[in-house]
Design a protein around this ligand. Structure first.
Ligand code: NDP
Length: 444
């Protein structure tokens, strides 16, 4: 049995009730086979044995009071996965499906993603099974205050710097930072990113993940002789990432014809009206079905089925395992040429294999959606320098970072005999820097 097979077996045995975590580890270990053949220190220093174990995982009780005066209890998490190259950094997810497996898969992937940005940030993730949907502002605030009352013991600008993710946007970050500041009696904006612009937030942070995905897809398409001009695009989700992926895709000349939320999807062959969609989702927090009430050419369908719509480029920006093997086959049959992963792990490992076997280009999540965390690191840099950069300055830096991530993923894929396999390339490029730092530290 090879070293990697043995390790995969140990990880499986230890974490048998964590399917998402096992899926993320399996994908990475597979990518690293050729790296281990060349670099024996990785085995000697047990880098991978250490890397698959979070440095620390914190679970805590979050009691909060609703509008009726009743006490509710949720579970809070922070998984501090790896601090080899910088303080733990990664978002907070508030969604009823949150559990330890999901927190660990996200924290594990974040370690590689953050390394790919070229910036000094380690990997972490956190959140709660609290569902902000349908809650009043007061309820969300009560929850955030209680969540931060515990979380503040575990974070700090040199320790761990959370941000947003599903269910955590500017409103939640505001409540969380307000409570942090109050408890510590100290204004330390670089402890949390995604803040409002009036108290230390960065221009472009809101747009960064979506824009970054399109910058990566554009590089990848150009490298393979394609362009985004006039391409039909389908995007899943209609939250922060999906919205700004839509905007940038349109700026590149593509036509976004469908978007979704967790209850259904809308299709408009004339192209989505970005501003109307943004107002509906970002400002009014309404369901996507109401878009079809406003736009006569848009059709709403309840349930799944988004990936049956014929498109050139599919950009999943909702949640994990959004595209399974069946949906991948439909995309292939419909002539899709590229999948850009906006969400984390949106494609099952089997679907990835099928897509690659059919020469579909894949912009992998760890690389393609790294623009969000990269811009968070730029927000931290501005905070510690007591400076605010212009929109153009941040956007240009983001573009450069995404171009570099593409180049490094491409080069690593080529060096390890898998040209065009950006999943393997991103995993290897992200891994090398973390591994090198871990070897330098000896054992910790
Ligand atoms: P938001 O909460 O802003 O939006 C999430 C969107 O996805 C909503 O439209 C939501 O629909 C939909 N969705 C969520 N869960 C499901 C589900 N189980 N099935 C179908 N639809 C679902 O989150 P973000 O846009 O911030 O995040 C989207 C993805 O991007 C996540 O995978 C996240 O980890 C990833 N990501 C986010 C970054 C960021 O900067 N925000 C950075 C890097 C990655 P509904 O409203 O009905 O729930």
């Amino acid at each position: 049995m090879s070293y990697l097979e043995e390790l995969a077996g140990k990880v499986k045995a230890k974490n048998s009730n964590e399917p998402e975590f096992l899926q993320a580890v399996e994908e990475v270990l597979e990518s690293l086979v050729p790296v281990l053949e060349k670099n024996h220190d990785i085995i000697k220093y047990k880098v991978l044995d250490r890397l698959v174990e979070p440095e620390r995982q914190i679970m805590f009780r979050v009691p909060w009071i609703d509008e009726k005066g009743d006490i509710n209890v949720n579970r809070g998490y922070r998984v501090q996965f790896n601090s080899a190259i910088g303080p733990y950094k990664g978002g907070l997810r508030f969604h009823p499906t949150v559990n330890l497996s999901i927190m660990k898969f996200l924290g594990f992937e974040q370690t590689f993603k953050n390394s790919l940005t070229g910036l000094p940030i380690g990997g972490g993730k956190g959140g709660s099974d609290f569902d902000p949907k349908g809650k009043t502002d007061l309820e969300v605030m009560n929850f955030c205050i209680s969540f931060m009352t515990e979380l503040q013991r575990h974070i700090g600008h040199y320790v761990d710097v959370p941000a947003g993710d599903i269910g955590v946007g500017a409103r939640e970050i505001g409540y969380l930072y307000g409570q942090y500041k109050r408890i510590l009696n100290s204004f330390e904006p670089d402890v949390l990113t995604g803040k409002g612009l009036t108290y230390g937030g960065s221009l472009v942070r809101k747009e960064a993940t979506g824009y970054g995905i399109l910058y990566f897809i554009n590089e990848m398409m150009n490298h393979h002789g394609h362009s985004l001009e006039n391409k039909k695009v389908v995007i899943s989700g209609s939250g922060n990432v999906a919205l700004y992926a839509c905007k940038k895709a349109q700026e590149f000349g593509a036509k976004v014809i469908a978007m979704s939320d967790s209850t259904g999807f809308i299709v408009d062959e004339n192209g989505i009206d970005f501003e109307k969609m943004r107002l509906l989702k970002e400002v009014q927090r309404k369901r996507i079905s109401e878009y079809a009430d406003m736009i006569p050419t848009a059709v709403y369908t309840e349930g799944r089925g988004l990936w049956n719509i014929k498109c050139d480029i599919a950009i999943p920006c909702a949640s994990q395992n959004d595209i399974d093997v069946h949906e991948a086959q439909v995309l292939i049959d419909n002539g899709c040429i590229a999948v850009g992963e906006g969400a984390n792990m949106p494609t099952t490992n089997e679907a990835v294999k099928l897509l690659l076997d059919n020469n579909i280009l894949i912009a992998p999540a760890k690389a393609a959606n790294a623009g969000g965390v990269a811009t968070s690191a730029l927000e931290m840099a501005q905070n510690s320098a007591r400076m605010s950069w212009s929109f153009e300055q941040v956007d240009n830096t983001l573009k450069d970072i995404m171009k570099n991530i593409f180049k490094n993923s491409k080069n690593a894929a080529e060096e390890f005999n898998s040209p065009g396999n950006y999943i393997k390339g991103a995993n290897i490029a992200g891994f090398m820097k973390v591994a090198d730092a871990m070897i330098s530290y000896g054992m910790n």
